[in-house]
Design a protein around this ligand. Structure first.
Ligand code: JD8
Length: 465
């Protein structure tokens, strides 16, 4: 089996000197990987060894020439390692390396480098015989855009992958190449002393962050090590570490939660304690944040409103009535009016990534005609709706709590709402939230009058949100 091989082409070969160090350095000297670094300028044909030229269309900086790059990449196939390096694997004995090329091009516009990508590449290179890799490190303003499509048409090229290290701008591809090689080479067979350790790593087979680690001294600057780690109870240690990984992931990288699966009851309890619960369809919801919607988000709220209102209507409500109601009261214009009014607060409950899950409208101005008789100052929870997939995940509770805080802050001593008298689930929910039925009202949807209960929650100090 051939040794996994990666060639790196750059105008700064010394930038790749770190590949001689540490784990990768050992892997190279022990023949577990064949890493070669090439100077692009060796493939320039003019006496100034020019690899770049001014950009067509004008603009600052220089662009790297495609022809020099193609020659450099092509030449790796027949590259013979000098001196001692040449002995042993027989691939370069005067011949060429017949393996197909995976060309890796670092660029800010590439697909983000991930552990899954590194593992996929390590598995392929580790299999040894089918492919080898070439990393093309650009500089200046980048490489002429015709190179990648041209390489993709070559019979000796398996594929070309443009990858990025992350959403920040570097001056060239070398740093990205170093990161990619460290992430890939450590996954090659025999490189890591204890491949087991890979299993526990962040992003390895599961998108959770690593747990915190500790070592001697057990007491440092009056800082203790978590006692469980000194307990010798390996089961407890494993459970603690798992809980730490999950909690850290919720706090630091909640967007990774969407990729989590195979969670057991203990995991779900840990996540619930961190505000993350399975939604109606099993997908994890949360941590949920409630914020004020701002001017310009009228259409976003109207979308949410139209969807959730229709689903909350009694079955016999006609689509015509629903459409008429939505057009009259739940349009983007209607919500922009709420957003512009000092007496209205439009609250948005959002999942990770600011994805709306539900909304509420709290009105603190002059009471509407159907406000319940009350000698105090009331606020109206005029709308409170949650998308189906988030129902049962605490989103409505978070919205009501935020509405109560807003009403209190506006000086209200009670919060009232109307709820369809036949919506048992909603009535039960509001009753658990501290509302009580105090009256009835008629609520028109399209051409049909519906019977609503009017419910009130006392906001006296000490009453829970
Ligand atoms: C390759 C040239 C510099 C980039 C003009 C600054 C990766 N995550 C990443 N950020 N930046 C790079 C990267 C930058 C590169 C090259 C990768 C080749 N530059 C250019 C475009 C704007 N200069 C990267 N991976």
């Amino acid at each position: 089996m051939s040794v996994p091989r990666v060639d790196v082409v750059t105008i700064f070969p010394d930038y790749l000197a770190p590949l001689d160090l540490s784990l990768i350095g050992k892997a190279r000297t022990s023949g577990l990987v064949d890493l070669r670094v090439h100077d692009l300028r060796e493939h320039a044909h003019d006496r100034h060894r020019t690899v770049d030229d001014s950009p067509f269309g004008g603009g600052a900086g220089m662009v790297m020439r495609p022809d020099v790059w193609e020659r450099a990449i092509e030449a790796t196939a027949s590259h013979r390692r000098s001196g001692a390096e040449g002995d042993g694997d027989g691939v370069d004995e005067g011949g060429t390396d017949g393996r197909a090329l995976v060309v890796l091009v670092p660029t800010p516009s590439g697909r983000p480098l991930t552990q899954a990508f590194a593992q996929e590449l390590a598995d392929e290179l580790g299999a040894g015989d089918r492919v080898r890799a070439v990393v093309a490190c650009g500089r200046y303003e980048g490489i002429d855009a015709r190179l990648v499509p041209a390489l993709r048409e070559r019979s000796d090229v398996d594929r070309v992958v443009e990858f990025s290290l992350g959403d920040f701008v570097l001056n060239g591809g070398e740093v990205a190449a170093l990161a990619l090689l460290e992430a890939v080479v450590r996954l090659l067979p025999g490189v890591l002393g204890n491949p087991e350790s890979v299993v526990e790593e962040s992003f390895s087979h599961e998108a959770v962050l690593e747990y915190p680690v500790f070592t001697r001294p057990a007491r440092w600057e009056d800082r203790e090590v978590p006692p469980v780690l000194l307990s010798g109870d390996h089961g407890a240690v494993a459970r603690w570490r798992r809980a730490q990984s999950l909690t850290r992931t919720v706090q630091r990288r909640p967007e990774l939660l969407a990729r989590l699966d195979g969670l057991d009851a203990v995991d779900l309890a840990t996540l619930a304690a961190a505000g993350v619960v399975p939604g109606r369809h099993g997908r994890l919801i949360g941590p949920v944040t409630v914020r004020r919607a701002v001017a310009g988000e009228g259409a976003l709220v109207a979308d949410l409103a139209a969807t959730t209102f229709a689903l909350a209507c009694p079955d016999e409500t006609t689509m015509a009535d629903i459409r008429a109601h939505v057009a009259a009261h739940l349009s983007p214009r209607a919500f922009e009016a709420h957003l512009a009014s000092a007496d209205d607060a439009v609250l948005l409950a959002c999942d990770v990534g600011d994805v709306p899950l539900g909304y509420a409208v709290v009105r603190t101005g002059a009471p509407s005609a159907d406000a319940p008789a009350h000698d105090g100052t009331g606020a109206e929870l005029s709308k409170c709706y949650v998308l189906p997939r988030a129902q049962g995940s605490g989103v409505a509770r978070a919205l009501v709590a935020a509405a109560v805080r807003h009403a209190r802050a506006a000086g209200a001593d009670h919060l009232w709402l109307g709820v369809n008298a036949r919506n048992a689930a909603a009535i039960a929910f509001y009753t658990r939230a501290g509302f009580a039925v105090v009256g009835e009202r008629t609520y028109r949807v399209g051409e049909v009058d519906h019977h609503d209960h009017v419910m009130v929650k006392d906001l006296a100090p000490g009453v829970a949100d």
